[in-house]
Design a protein around this ligand. Sequence first.
Ligand SMILES: [Zn+2]
Length: 221
Amino acid sequence: MEKIRNGIKASIRIITRVIAETVHRLVINIFDTLFGFLNWPEKKLRVRIYILQDPQANQVLSPVDLDTAIEYAKRSFKKNFNTRLLPHKNNQPFTEVLQKKAPYEALYTKGGISALVEEFKVAGSFFASNLTGLFYPVTAFVVLDIDHASGCSLGPLTDYVTLDPGGAKNPSTLAHEIAHACGLWHIRSKSNLLWRTFSRGDEVTWWQKNIFRSSRHVTYW
Ligand SMILES: [Zn+2]
């Protein structure tokens, strides 16, 4: 029964997000869909980072370990997309330790297509129940390990991304995963933010600006 309920809830979450994303790209953010490369006016993107604790209440990292990645993302998004990265509420920290115990499936999560399967199970339902707000902010969960990856995002299908400790300490992975959440996919250019590995650069193309700025996560308020 629990399995069926998780599956139904995940289907509803994904369908509502696909609708929200389409409405933003074609109506609310249509100007950026067409003219995002102009990088005007300044937009905002709100993020909350939760560090998960293992069952013995040991936290994986401490909030300061994310500072380098946050500064990198702030700089990169301002320079590339004229978008200000902000915490979920003004005057609140970006990073907190999530006090609630996370299930094993969320602590040891999966990457790639397996992450989509997990979205319909225990891990997906845990991440969904700890989101910040509806549709707009991106929540990043720092887990203990991600199978075959150091970060993962299901793009616009969810409002969260995951990082493992290595990904969280790497300067560019947080920005890279949030960029996935804002609709960008991997491209074959090492100097680009959407290059697959840690050796990526920080550049973006003009059309990546259109896609990023017209995402539902990138707002005028
Ligand atoms: Zn990626």
